[in-house]
Design a protein around this ligand. Structure first.
Ligand code: FES
Length: 159
């Protein structure tokens, strides 16, 4: 039966190949745009990897660091560290106080690291024991050490 003038035109549409590919192309375009957009936004919103670059640095001979002695050394990053032979073994800590950045030093007579600025003190393992660092529970930052044939190496930050 053919439509007469009194009947409205039919709204039934059969899917066509052209229509299908048009929708598919638009879908792919939206997907690609969303992927690029999420990548760009993610770089700004997500924290960057804290993967600090380090390298192995010779810092001294075990035989030249008697028990209770401490000696500073500088990393390629410019930071100063304290290599210290404590009763718990040889340790290395960043000499910068985590409170406000003064330089700490080793006090063998008290078996502790001490910051003169506000009386901050740290145990030989870097744990804060007195002053603002204890209140804020901010330890000294350690370095990983290895001893190879009496030579001491530290994994130091490069930049
Ligand atoms: S800067 Fe070291 S205790 Fe304040």
């Amino acid at each position: 039966m053919s439509p007469t003038r009194d009947e409205p035109p039919s709204t039934d549409r059969k899917p066509t190949r052209r229509g299908f590919f048009g929708w598919a192309a638009m879908g792919l375009g939206l997907f690609a745009s969303a992927a690029v957009g999420l990548t760009v936004v993610g770089r700004f919103l997500l924290p960057r990897s804290r993967g600090e670059r380090t390298r192995r640095l010779y810092v001294g001979q075990l035989s030249e660091l008697p028990l209770g002695e401490s000696q500073p050394f500088r990393a390629p990053s410019g930071e100063t560290f304290l290599l210290t032979n404590t009763v718990d073994g040889v340790v290395a800590f960043n000499a910068t106080c985590p409170h406000l950045g003064c330089k700490v030093h080793w006090e063998a007579q008290h078996d502790r690291f001490f910051c003169p600025c506000h009386g901050g003190a740290f145990a030989p393992d870097g744990t804060p024991t007195e002053g603002p660092p204890k209140d804020e529970n901010t330890p000294l930052k350690p370095l990983a050490l290895t001893v190879d044939g009496g030579a001491i190496y530290a994994m130091v930050p490069v930049a």
